[in-house]
Structures are given as structure tokens and as C-alpha cells.
Design a protein around this ligand. Structure first.
Ligand code: AMP
Length: 193
């Protein structure tokens, strides 16, 4: 089982590379952000609750995210593994996630951290906001999302570094080159086992 966490700040390319990875390694993509957007579009109770946080650039509370994620994983019993995109985003999420995965005997195999500087990220997100109409890709909300990322999500780098499963990949340049570098990291970890 290959359980991959794709980590990085907003706009780092997690979504783009997740799609390529699930195809190459035959995995299931779980993007908590995509699930929330689906729920928001369908005006479900969960969507309405989550939107109050997302629209302001804040994180959805851990217990809401964790329940949703566990339910989502339960739908796929017969898969070769998962790509987690945008999850975990807090230490509490990572700890609860580890507990659950330990119970299921399917730990996180590796964490790929996409490294992109803030100036490039802001440029990408503003462009994405214009192209897709994503309402949290406006300058004010983007700034808040970075603040939240630095405070609540970045400490996870240390969390996974300590577990010795963190791999960094430079995330600026051609998509194919970056993707190949991600695959090299995955294969180096697979070959260790
Ligand atoms: P994303 O598409 O991953 O950038 O997520 C969009 C928004 O959904 C984030 O800015 C958060 O408000 C919310 N969100 C997505 N994943 C999580 C998570 N793991 N924990 C808390 N909030 C999340």
C-alpha cells in the first residue's frame, strides 16, 4: 500500500501533481479542499458549515475534517493506496491520522513537500482566481491563507521530518520535470522497503 501525502502551501501544485500521481501509481486521490467545494456547490449542511471558514481563508475545524476524511477513506477498501492532497493541515490532524492509519496497518509511506517561494505562489493564486473564479483566490483571502499556513500547517514539516519520511521537491519549472522529481523521491522510498 502506498500512502502519499502531498504537502505544500496554497498554489504549490498539489492538485496538479496529485492527478498525475494517481494515474501513474494507480492510487485514489483524496483532496479535502475538493470535497469541501463539492459540498459547498451542493449546499449540504457540511458545505454550508465549511464555507464559513473557507471564504475567510481559515481552516475548517479539525473534528469536521477528520470525520469527513475517515468517511471518505471508508468508501475505498480495495485500493493500492491514496494520495492525500491538502490533508493533514494541522498537528492534531496529523496525529489523529497517524493513529487511524496505525490501527489499519497502513502508515503514511512518504510526504512530498513542494517548495515554492511566496512571491511565485501569490502570482499563481491570483491567476487561478481569475481563471477559475475560486472565491478564496482573491488577494485578501490569499494573504490570510498564507498566515494560516505558516502558523498552523508549516509545523508539520518538522513533524514528518522527525518520522524520516519527508522528501522535498523544488516546485518551480516545467510540470513534467517537477513530476519526474516527485516520482524519483517516491521510488527511492519504495526501494528502501
Ligand atoms: P485547498 O483546496 O486544499 O486549498 O483547500 C481550500 C480550503 O478548504 C482551505 O483554505 C481550508 O479552508 C479548507 N481545507 C481544506 N483542507 C483542509 C484541512 N485538511 N483542514 C482544514 N481546512 C481544510
Amino acid at each position: 500500500m502506498l500512502n502519499l501525502v502531498l504537502f505544500g502551501p496554497p498554489g504549490a501544485g498539489k492538485g496538479t501533481h496529485s492527478v498525475k500521481l494517481i494515474e501513474k501509481y494507480n492510487l485514489k486521490h483524496i483532496s479535502t479542499g475538493d470535497i469541501f467545494r463539492y459540498e459547498i456547490n451542493n449546499k449540504t449542511e457540511l458545505g454550508i458549515k465549511a464555507n464559513g471558514f473557507i471564504a475567510q481563508g481559515l481552516l475548517v475545524p479539525d473534528e469536521v475534517v477528520l470525520e469527513m476524511l475517515f468517511n471518505e477513506m471508508d468508501k475505498y477498501n480495495d485500493v493500492k493506496g491514496f494520495v492525500f492532497d491538502g490533508f493533514p493541515r494541522t498537528i492534531v490532524q496529523a496525529e489523529k491520522f497517524d493513529e487511524m492509519l496505525q490501527f489499519r496497518k497502513m502508515p503514511v509511506s512518504l510526504v512530498i513537500s513542494l517548495e515554492v517561494n511566496e512571491e511565485e505562489l501569490i502570482k499563481r493564486l491570483i491567476k487561478r482566481g481569475i481563471e477559475t473564479g475560486r472565491t478564496d483566490d482573491t488577494e485578501e483571502v490569499i494573504r490570510k491563507r498564507f498566515e494560516v499556513y505558516n502558523k498552523q500547517t508549516k509545523p508539520l514539516l518538522e513533524y514528518y521530518r522527525k518520522q524520516k519520511i519527508l522528501h522535498s521537491v523544488y516546485g518551480i519549472g516545467g510540470i513534467q520535470t517537477i513530476f519526474e522529481n516527485i516520482c524519483k523521491e517516491i521510488e527511492s522510498e519504495i526501494n528502501k522497503k
